[in-house]
Write a protein that binds this ligand. Structure first.
Ligand code: AMP
Length: 464
């Protein structure tokens, strides 16, 4: 299918062409005709499927054709609001669409002034939007289309009551669109409350057919103490344009960022303890390629759309399968390929298997090549050797050994040791980091054996 089959306004088709979209993604094919018809709908889709354009294109088209005057998009986070706003601006700029982003943490004055100037699309986060309605500052902005984006995330963030309150201010005579990656009970109930006989459209489980269809997924089994070393090796040996390293905890993000910066990587951390300005700053420098490595908690796993992220690394396996999907969706965007590599310790198999099963992900076991090339000489290992040397704690025996060489000066001693290393054809260091297939298979067998015994003992206990 082609975009011109939707009979879009010619200026909108121009925006689509400049954005480089060749053909509609599956969700766009299904959703656009429903929105064009004016029906309410619930769309179940993950980020990376092209869902922003799926609702954005028909909205811009209706405004460009004079069918409607205003639309409102509500998103859970400021980052997502900015991103949605950017995308709508780019797609609609030849139609002269005026869009504004409204969020908390900044003054009201400028936002209110811009709204009063006459914007057609407001993209807002729930808290600030509710305040503006309560203060009577946007009474004249009566949207004919309202989009709730990432409704399940709003639920998780505790925005449900605010959303319900906001809908009390919005005129009944509207078209309402709700997008969510999952549809738990409270979201179903919300849909019943704010939508009228909606059409349900789901593209979940069709990852392959989406715009982010080329993510090569692998995992590497390491010991708990090897995580930093593994990440450093990956950064050195993978062909990375930009990457995100996901951690579970904020303090882990801070520590790893500092470590990577200390050994010379252009890295910045992103987590919920940073204020909005700081978060914006990190994302901006990452978008502009001033920072190549973003170390983040799951705050960056949803919605964040940065082009040319070639790699996502999971420093720790995420807590739940949905987070895994969102995290890896930061790479392989807009039809580009990407790599997602997850580090798992030997005790994390259970979680890995659960995620693999629930997501249906095909993850290959991998080991980390220390040199980047097979059979390379140890010269290639020097960047990692240097990092390893700097990080190592000095052993007392090394001091005794050096004392015994007191007739040689330090420089000469080091030069001789390095020469010795260089003489070796092959790297004196282990060539790979991570357990190989056989070892992993043995671990799984052992783990499954333990599980069997535990289940057997449990049954026995119950019988007694
Ligand atoms: P989203 O799911 O809205 O976060 O979109 C993910 C990415 O896909 C964004 O960078 C969009 O600009 C891009 N995109 C959306 N629709 C298409 C399309 N039809 N063809 C190629 N890229 C697209």
């Amino acid at each position: 299918m082609k975009f011109n089959e939707f009979s879009f306004h010619k200026d909108l088709l121009k925006g689509i062409k400049i954005a480089g979209f060749k053909e509609p993604s599956p969700i766009q094919e299904s959703v656009i005709p429903v929105i064009e018809e004016g029906r309410d709908m619930v769309g179940q889709a993950h980020t990376g499927t092209g869902k922003t354009a799926a609702f954005g294109l028909p909205i811009i088209n209706k405004i460009a054709n004079g069918d409607i005057e205003r639309a409102l998009v509500i998103t859970p986070t400021r980052e997502l609001a900015t991103q949605v706003s950017d995308e709508l601006y780019h797609l609609g700029r030849f139609c002269g669409i005026r869009t504004i982003t409204v969020y908390g943490g900044v003054g009201y004055g400028r936002q209110i002034a811009l709204i009063n100037k006459g914007v057609q699309i407001i993209v807002a986060t729930p808290g600030r939007l509710k305040d503006l309605y309560k203060k009577g500052k946007i009474d004249n902005f009566n949207p004919e289309i309202v989009v709730l984006d990432e409704a399940d995330e709003m639920l998780d963030m505790g925005f449900l009551d605010e959303i319900k309150e906001i809908f009390e201010y919005i005129p009944q005579n509207r078209q309402t669109l709700l997008f969510s990656a999952t549809i738990p009970e409270p979201i179903k109930a919300l849909a019943d409350e704010i939508l009228t006989t909606p059409e349900f459209i789901s593209v979940v489980g069709e990852y392959e057919g989406t715009v982010n269809n080329v993510i090569e997924q692998s995992y590497c089994v390491i010991n708990e103490s090897q995580r930093d070393e593994a990440i450093v090796k990956l950064l050195e040996t993978e062909k990375i344009n930009k990457c995100i390293i996901f951690c579970r905890m904020k303090r882990e993000v801070d520590r790893l960022t500092e470590h990577l910066q200390a050994i010379g990587f252009s890295a910045k951390g992103l987590h919920g303890d940073l204020d909005q300005m700081e978060r914006e700053e990190v994302i901006k420098s990452y978008r502009r390629n001033q920072v190549k490595v973003m170390v983040a908690t799951d705050v960056a796993s949803r919605g964040l759309d940065v082009k040319q992220v070639t790699h996502v690394f999971n420093y720790h396996i995420p807590f739940d399968p949905q987070s895994y999907v969102h995290r890896i969706g930061r790479t392989g965007r807009a039809g580009k390929s990407g790599k997602a590599i997850t580090l798992v310790s030997t005790t994390e198999f259970k979680e890995l298997t659960r995620i693999q099963k629930e997501v249906g992900a095909e993850m290959k076991l991998a080991t980390i090549n220390l040199s980047g090339e097979e059979n390379s000489s140890c010269v290639d290992c020097f960047p990692s050797l240097e990092a390893t040397v700097r990080a190592v704690d000095i052993d007392e025996r090394a001091l005794d050994f050096i004392d015994s060489m007191e007739d040689m000066d330090y420089h000469e001693f080091v030069e001789r040791v390095v020469t010795l290393l260089l003489k070796g054809e092959k790297s004196p260091l282990t060539k790979h980091l991570g357990y190989d297939e056989n070892s992993v298979k043995n671990m799984i067998d052992e783990y499954q054996g333990e599980q069997k015994v535990a289940r057997h003992n449990n049954r026995k206990k119950k019988r007694c």
